[in-house]
Design a protein around this ligand. Sequence first.
Ligand SMILES: OC[C@H]1O[C@H](O[C@H]2O[C@H](CO)[C@@H](O)[C@H](O)[C@H]2O)[C@H](O)[C@@H](O)[C@@H]1O
Length: 605
Amino acid sequence: MSLRIEDYALIGDTQTAALVGSNGSIDWLCLPRFDSGACFAALLGDSGNGYWSMAPAGEHRLLGRRYRPDTLVLETEFECAEGTVRVTDCMPVRDEHPDLVRRVECLRGRVRMRSEAVVRPDYGGIIPWTRKHDRRLHYVAGPDTLYLDSDVEFDLGDHATPRAEFTVAEGERADFRLAWVAPRAPAPRSVDVGEAISRTAGWWSEWAAHCDYDGEYRGQVVRSLITLKALTYSPSGGTVAAPTTSLPEKPGGVRNWDYRYCWIRDATFTLLALLNSGYEVEAAHWREWVLRAVAGEPSQMRIMYGIEGERHLPEVELDWLPGYAGSRPVRTGNKASRHWQLDVYGELMDALHQARNRGIPPEQSVWKLQRALMGYLEEHWRDPDHGIWEVRGGPRQFTHSKVMAWTAADRAVKAVEEFGLDGPADRWRRLRQEIFEDVCENGFDRRRGAFTQYYGSAAADASLLLLPTVGFLPADDERMIGTVEAIREELEHDGLLQRYRMGGDAPEVDALPPGEGAFLPCSFWLADNLIMQGRVEEGRKLFEKLLSLCNDVGLLSEEFDASSGLLVGNYPQALSHIALVNTAIHLHRMPGPVEQRASSGRSGS
Ligand SMILES: OC[C@H]1O[C@H](O[C@H]2O[C@H](CO)[C@@H](O)[C@H](O)[C@H]2O)[C@H](O)[C@@H](O)[C@@H]1O
């Protein structure tokens, strides 16, 4: 594995996604869904785990790459002594099969190209049967059948590495298309690659045109929204946290998780970012997904689900994969799916409230669900939980979790007050007040003048930056100013924030060996707080620093490792892009100081 995480770009069809390296190699692709086994898994191993390369055969260099404006169609240009070529990659939005198309065009001179199409189903573990019929390759292994059609001839060699060498002269092109079909399904019909690329570009630019943010960071906001749309499984409306598993939070470390699932928390933040940018249709679709996923008893609600609402996500280690930069284990599934995390009730109540506020057409079952959630919360808000960071070191009384229980009560009260819905508003008002006092009494360190990670601790935690955002306290309340200071003192390194302290004398909350990068969403939340405190230029400076961490095609992972200057963690990560969109909107809509104090939260308290 030689590429950095930021060397990859994303293409996808809103049901799955691929990572294309700046060297022209596709090193990650799960088919047919985000959470299926990968047939290209070199990202987490080596060439033996599957990839599809496309680049000049001789010595060459990357001239540059970009998405076609406002699309998910990627163009990578290479230069060599003989000339210049462009490789265009995309995944057409699906009609029958998942498809990946590639077009090679010679822009100048006459260039000898090489492509290797090494399909390895089941996360790079299986060498499939590979057959050739004229210019079609046919790969079969268990449930996976793939066809590669091309304008050039591949040599099967020893069947392990199908390889094509071909020459394109200025003005000439060669087209390729890889399709996955279900077992026993007929072979796919051939497609016109040029038409598929234009159709895909048109689809994305039409979608991007609905964005109603017209501030100075529009380019970065639209790129983030396109990324979020690409991570949203279109048949259900569920958004995956990232399309990858096990990209490490620390190279060589064990904090390697599978993010190809839908967290209620992350999906809720996605909904809010979409609502804030003019995407009501997606918001309504998300609500359908969430209602189906959480249907049933609130006591059985999960904190995350599969893309169709599946609950069984057992964590398994894939021992044949050495991991990205040797970071073992590579995992699929996620043990955190069995956690109880109190904050998700607040996030869900808030999202449903915001959807109602924005006029997403009412749905009978929504209020019924919200009432059931409140009934459950009234009984359980005092219970310890695993918290927003999904710690594996046992449950605690996390302050942020309690604040999210307050948020749930607040949104329930508002539903009655502002929408005339039927419910015990007085009881919820008392609950809201009780939680508020509990947090201020037990989650606040008077000596330090700051809210703390969990009741009784002295530790800072970056999740507390969300308190003004949900309206628990105004950003300029002295307790929040103290909290922001404490967070910066303890968790800020090179201007970016970690989630909480690890190692040394820090409390051992997560039961994992210490070491991870700066957590990018938290750093955006710090910028939000500075902006809300009226320190707009400081907030803008931090925001622009964060923008500078995006790679050449505008993508962010979950974390940034300041010592190496590299992105780390799963990629591209929804939470980071959501936070980017929200801060940009925040800066753009920044109200005057008086208005700001009156509505420091999403909807005040
Ligand atoms: O660091 C430990 C945990 O890390 C992952 O969770 C993180 O990602 C989630 C998805 O974006 C996010 O919702 C959560 O707040 C983050 O802490 C991982 O999925 C967990 O299994 C792991 O324990």
